[in-house]
Design a protein around this ligand. Structure first.
Ligand code: HEC
Ligand code: HEC
Length: 235
């Protein structure tokens, strides 16, 4: 089937969401992506903190690596500032009780590659550091789809109060900077204890300056680029 046929089918409402990707001009994701602004420098694992990673790291936009889950974690420093939270363990469990663990990098970013979690089954339960999200994630792997940074449109011009968002994910200062060991590409929670060896071979987990952010050995080559800048909590 050609791309134009698929797009025609999509236009006539026959084809399911999965074929969105074939139609590069789909207005819904495209508007979202356009609204995120230009890349300020080279894309890297530290980029676009607070943004919905899967808008681009998806079949639709095709940014590599494709992700199943991704987001940014912050913490509140003692002086009240909201800062990126490195080395926080994020645990995501799907409806089949399969769990993936990932560590945040120096930008507070974390992700699980699609390659490591192809059959993720929504809804998801989520934990970051010691904070558990009470509600579940129904269908969107981007934390920032709900946990977004405030922008002018979401702030009340008079009171400065934000609307339409759960706010960014904020963990406690004590959750930050511990040695974080992601689970990599394991298949279930029962095997996570055996996976630290895989992840450490990736070089992203723990260690000095190795903030990483990779959730598997496949991300480790890029994680060294971000290494060294985190770990201290930034405050
Ligand atoms: C507006 C689109 C967009 C958003 C949003 C976005 N990215 Fe990216 N990202 C890219 C592009 C483009 C690249 C370059 C790779 C490519 O072109 O396939 C990239 C590259 C990366 C890489 C690979 C870097 C390397 O050195 O190989 C990582 C890791 C990454 N992004 C993480 C994230 C995370 C985590 C988020 C969310 C917090 C995010 N990105 C949000 C577009 C985006
Ligand atoms: C569908 C919208 C939605 C998505 C997507 C979402 N969240 Fe949430 N999250 C919420 C809402 C609403 C709350 C506040 C109420 C609650 O805890 O359920 C929350 C609360 C939390 C909390 C608890 C914060 C606290 O102060 O105790 C954490 C941690 C969290 N989310 C992490 C995440 C992470 C990590 C992701 C991405 C993997 C994510 N969330 C994706 C809506 C969402």
């Amino acid at each position: 089937m050609t791309r134009s046929t698929i797009c025609w089918l999509l236009g006539s409402g026959i084809v399911a969401l999965a074929t969105f990707a074939a139609c590069r001009y789909d207005p819904v994701p495209q508007d979202l992506i356009d609204g995120l602004g230009e890349e300020p420098g080279e894309p890297s694992e530290l980029h676009r903190a607070g943004q919905p990673c899967l808008a681009c790291h998806s079949v639709y936009e095709g940014a590599e690596p494709r992700m199943s889950v991704g987001g940014t974690i912050y913490y509140e420093a003692s002086d009240g500032r909201i800062l990126p939270a490195p080395e926080v363990l994020v645990e995501v469990t799907d409806s089949r009780q399969v769990t993936r663990k990932a560590c945040t990098n120096a930008a507070g970013n974390f992700w699980v590659e699609h390659e490591d979690w192809r059959d993720v089954s929504f809804p998801l339960t989520v934990r970051a550091g010691e904070r558990r999200m009470i509600s579940i994630v129904g269908r969107d792997g981007s934390c920032a789809s709900c946990h977004s940074l405030p922008d002018e449109a979401s702030l009340d011009p008079v009171t400065g109060a934000g609307r339409a968002s759960a706010g960014v994910v904020v963990v406690s200062e004590s959750d930050v900077g511990a040695i974080c060991v992601p689970s990599g590409g394991t298949t279930s929670s029962s095997t996570t204890s055996t996976t630290s060896s895989t992840s450490s071979s990736g070089g992203g987990a723990g260690g000095e300056g190795g903030v990483g952010g990779g959730t598997s050995s496949t991300t480790s080559s890029s994680s060294s680029a971000g290494g060294g800048s985190g770990g201290g909590g930034g405050a």
